[in-house]
Every structure is written in C-alpha cells, then in structure tokens.
Ligand binder design. Sequence first.
Ligand code: GLN
Length: 492
Amino acid sequence: MDAKTLIQSTAFDLGRALRKGNTTATEICTACLEQVARTDDQVQAFVSLDPEKILAAAEASDQRRKNGQELSPLDGLPVGLKDIMAIEGAPLTCSSRILEKFVSPYTGTVGAKLLSAGMIPFGRLNMDEFAMGSSTENSAFRKTRNPWNTDHAPGGSSGGSAAAVAARQCPWSLGSDTGGSIRQPAAFCGVIGLKPTYGRVSRFGLAAFASSLDQIGPFGRTTDDVAALLDIISGPDPYDSTSWPEYLEPAMVQLNLPEEPAVLGLPREYFGEGIDPEVRSQLEQVIEAYKGRGFTIREISLPHTELAVPTYYIIATAEASSNLARYDGVRYTRRSTESNDAVDMYFKSRGEGFGPEVKRRIILGSYVLSSGYYDAYYKRAQQVRTLIRDDFLKAFESVDAILTPTTPTPAFRIGEKIDDPISMYLADIFTISVNLAGLPGLSMPCGLSKDGLPIGFQLIGKPFEEGRLLQIGKTYEQASPFTGRPAIANPS
Ligand code: GLN
C-alpha cells in the first residue's frame, strides 16, 4: 500500500491490511514517520520521537507475523502516547522542566497492555504541563498548533494527542482527561475522544494530577477504532485500588449489536447563553440526525451545573498540590544548581522547575486544604460534587444518554486566553461535570465553522456504558459522517 493511503487509513483498516499481508508494520510506521517529518514544523505535536526504536519494534512485529505466531489484531499498529504515561526506557516529561530529563524506570498498566498486544508506542505527545490547561500552551517545550488552522490552539491538555491524529501522523493515540482534556481537544481538532468511566482504565503509571478525576482514554477517527483501543486498555488492576474490580463487557460487543433508538436528554443548562451560534446550529443538526434515526429527544435539567467549574478548581487543585509534592529535586527531578542548603534547594528546584500555571494550582490547592479553610472550601466542594453526581443519576432514570456541545466555541487562537486563567478554565465548562460525576463522556466531530474549524458534540453515558455510548456515536457517524480533514493531512 502506498504511504498516502496508509496515513489516511483507520487503525481497523490497517489491522486488516496487515492480516491480509497487504502491508507491513514497517511500511505503516515509515509512512507515519514521513508524515511527521513533513508536518511537524507546523503542528508541533511531539515532545520526543525515536524513529529507530519505532522501526525496530515494527520489524519485530513483522518478524512475529512472518513466523506465523498467533498475534493480537492490533499487533504492529503504532499508537501515539501523551507524555504522561510510563513506559520503561521512554522519556516521561509531563511537558514540564522539572521532568525534562526523566526517563521512566518502569512500565505502567496501560503501557504494558499496549506492548503485550504488540502495539508500537509512537512518540511522546505534547500536553499542558502536568495536564493543567486547555490549550497545550502551558507546555514547557513547544506550542502545538491546530492542524486545521495553525494560528489556533489544538485544545488541551492532550493537545498533542488530538493534533497528531487529526494531522494523520498516527492513526490513533491516548490522552488523559481530568476535566475535559481528551474531549475538548478532540472537538477542537475534529477527531473522536473518549473519557472512560472512572475506574475502567488503570491509573498505574499515569503521572497523577487529580487522582479522583484522572482517566486515560483513546483518540481516533472512527468509533470502531476508539472502541478497540478502549478495550485494550480497560480492566481491573491490582496496582490501582480505584480500578473497577470486575471484568466488563468489551465496548466492541455492544458497538456491533443492532442499533436501538435511544432517549437522549438535552440539559437546558448546557444550551443557555455563551454558546457560539455556529456551535448551536451544528448541535441542532445533530439533534435532527438522531430524530431521523428514531431517537427521542427530551429536555432535562442538571440544576447544579453552574457549580461545576468552581467545584472542580477546588478539588483538582487540592489533589494536585498533594500529588505534586513528590517533585522535590531530591529523588528524580531536576535539581537547582543555585542552592545553598537543603531548604533553599527545595524552593529553588520547584521554583525553577514548575511553570506559572502549575504554581498557581499548587498555591490554590494548598490554600483550600489549609486548616481553617478546609471545611469552607474542600469539604464543601466534596458535598457539591455529590449533588452534581446525583443530578446525572436522576437524569439517567429517564434518558439513556445526555447530548451537549463539547465546547462553547470552536478552537480559540493561540495566545487569546493565556493571560486570562478564568476564561481558559471556562473552556471546559461542558466537560468538567462528567469527571466530577465519574461518568463516561464521548466527543464526536459534527461539522466545521464558517472559518473551517471543527465543532464537536458530547455524549454522556451511565457508568460503564461506554459500549452503548459509542454505539450512539456510531449512529451519528453513519447518519451524518464527518469526512472533513485538514489540508495538512493531504500529502501532495
Ligand atoms: N482544563 C482543565 C484543567 O486545566 C482540565 C485538564 C485535564 O482534563 N487534564 O484542569
């Protein structure tokens, strides 16, 4: 198969072509590496990429296939990884100066699952430092650009993971989502992104930001691909006490069952002021597409929605201030060379190593946890979190899934929000509640703005119903396929 066809193919098609002997892992990885070489200056999605290692892994896969070994259906397929997941011997920077030279001494659970399926880790993808942000501008290393228009942000914090898939640099990738970091960049870059139910995917080996909210999840260009990647990374794990202890039905099983029209809830709080008119009209088109497939649309209310952003910024910063205490310059992080004594060394190492947004979060988080303020902020926020979750559970008594815009606007310009943290925080206004409630959320591309920027919609599901959610997403994908691709993705 020629390189142009390979980079446009879905992971599913690539897997099939490998099995039929129509291509090789080496050919696929070479085509992806060439596409990176051609477009990296513009997109800047990768923090690091090791072509030699990738090609060696591809050759090993081709050899396994030649030897007639029994292989997983994903053997030989490259997968891009956000630079926040541990794979032994690979860099793990979280796009932070403090981990600039850090190489992981171990492989986390998700990494181990990918490797045992024969998949090929394809580069380390850029992100907001420690996953804090919504534009990938908080990376200490590079400013990733939106492949649809390089003046615009790819979203964040998993901006590199979304941009690489949109730019056809790799067929799919993994990101992490604490408040929207998979779904928001997926919407901005015109790809599919799924945040699994809390506990479906192990967090062992995922550098912690806010442990009660973080989940790893897939980016892809079709619901089939997203389901396949989710199924590979899911499952109970003795190394993560919050992983769900039971085996769950693979999402792929549900995805392939005959379509059953569902009842979709439209929360009135998500369709109020502040939504860009183009996002609104795309959502109307999505609603019509579902109605055309026999779905029922019902207005619902999630009354505590307006409390989600403040609640999240208390809980997430509190957890972050505790999780980031480990980066102390003593054990494995960058140490300041300027210090005079031990205490000075802590201060200077952290002062030099962390960027401004991370510092802001640590200060905020330490404040809300401090004695005298704990009850007023942190404890209160936990109580409100329960109310937010209860809103969803009540809504699910009368609907199968909830339909909302993923973001209030299409991708904003690079630099537009970076000096205004509050307006940056509001970029996740529609995604954050889903993390607080621990539910699965899927972002699907549904069209382009007049300026040619993608618009996405979000489907929120009941706990562990990723399969159903993807099936509902697939219904839309079939009714009204999003076939657009950025010009950068078309090699001349
Ligand atoms: N943008 C949100 C934040 O800055 C969410 C980030 C995330 O999901 N990792 O915290």
